[in-house]
Design a protein around this ligand. Structure first.
Ligand code: SAM
Length: 332
């Protein structure tokens, strides 16, 4: 097989001839806007590689692309011919370039819908009312919102809502390299943090490859990691997202201290020491481990015993150790 044939097979159907992304950006004077974290990817081999990382896209699947911008990744997705392509873009300056792609895609027999909306407010259930098709979320994400968006999606995974009503939704997303490494960091790794734990409770994230910053226009200060995040068929917990998030946040609030220190701040001063001691015993977790030395399962056991504690001490659920009353108590 020649290299050219291999490339066509790899990247799916051919699109009608189009000006390059670089030419379109120039033609429509689409200067990148810093406040929307715009860094465009012009290299077709890289956009194809990102989409290929998503794995098999079945002809029945839906792909939702976050922030298509001038449409580089969009072209690579179109070549893979999902049944429906949804684009969510905040910046309406891309109307002409995206409309041009829509025209080109007409012969491909797929549904392409463009929404000029904020992805953080986008209600997918409004546009995909049933859960008959698998959804792929793909995007060269705006740095400014990437972590917030991911955490919002984990909350959706836990509640089986939005794009996650089925358990086979797959996300293929870019992050700043350091963030990508933290999402995937395993036990014992230097980058292990709250985001690693939260990611690995409901999903299995894999760092697929790194894109050097110089591949983007304009060039960001950092390199970029492409992460494939697959939702787990069986989540590791049935506890509510907000409760788990609260416990994990407290544990990691004092990263260099023993894990019991951060965890103890979940409880009012008068019961703090005794309750922390008791719950670590019940959870069978060594309280002198540092937060980054805890496994996902250990964090979840600490969340479970906390949830049980709330059954008899419901007032603790809203306890804020930084609250004014508590500060007063600390001074006494
Ligand atoms: N996909 C294009 C590429 O790879 O060349 C552009 C990627 S650029 C890093 C991020 C894109 O997300 C921009 O097009 C930007 O306008 C868009 N964007 C920023 N904030 C957004 C938001 N809250 N909702 C939807 N799109 C957003």
């Amino acid at each position: 097989m020649s290299q050219a044939t291999a490339r066509i097979l790899n990247s799916g159907v051919r699109l009608p001839p189009l000006p390059s992304i670089r030419e379109l950006v120039k033609l429509y004077k689409l200067q990148a806007m810093k406040q929307l974290s715009q860094n465009f990817l012009m290299d077709e081999r890289l956009t194809d590689k990102i989409v290929k990382s998503a794995g098999r896209i079945d002809p029945r699947d839906i792909v939702l692309e976050v922030g298509p911008g001038p449409g580089g990744i969009t072209r690579s997705i179109l070549r893979r011919q999902p049944q429906r392509l949804m684009l969510v873009e905040k910046d309406a300056r891309f109307t002409e370039t995206l409309q041009l792609l829509k025209e080109c895609a007409r012969p491909l027999d797929l549904q392409m819908d463009i929404y000029y909306e904020d992805i953080l407010r986008f209600n997918i259930e409004q546009h995909v009312p049933d859960n008959e098709q698998r959804i792929h979320l793909i995007g060269n994400l705006p740095f400014a919102i990437s972590t917030r968006l991911l955490i919002n999606w984990y909350a959706d995974v836990a509640a089986r809502r939005g794009a996650f009503r089925r358990n086979d939704t797959c996300m293929t997303l870019t992050f700043q390299k350091e963030v990508a490494e933290r999402i995937c960091a395993q036990l014992g790794s230097e980058q292990r943090c709250r985001l690693s734990i939260m990611s690995q409770i409901w999903t299995e994230p894999v760092l697929k490859f790194i894109i050097p910053g110089k591949a983007f226009v304009p060039k960001p200060q950092v390199d970029v990691g492409v992460v494939k995040v697959m939702t787990l068929k069986q989540p590791k917990t049935q506890l509510p997202f907000a409760l788990v998030e609260r416990v994990v946040r407290h544990i990691f609030s004092m990263r260099q201290k023993y894990c019991r220190r951060g965890y103890s701040t979940l409880f009012p001063l008068e019961e703090r020491e005794a309750t922390t001691y008791k719950l670590f015993q019940l959870a069978d977790v060594e309280d002198t481990l540092r937060p980054f030395e805890l496994s996902v399962e250990e964090c979840l056991r600490l969340a479970e015993v906390y949830a049980e504690h709330l059954l008899t001490h419901p007032e603790v659920a809203t306890f804020d150790y930084r609250g004014p009353k508590q500060q007063q108590q600390s001074l006494n």
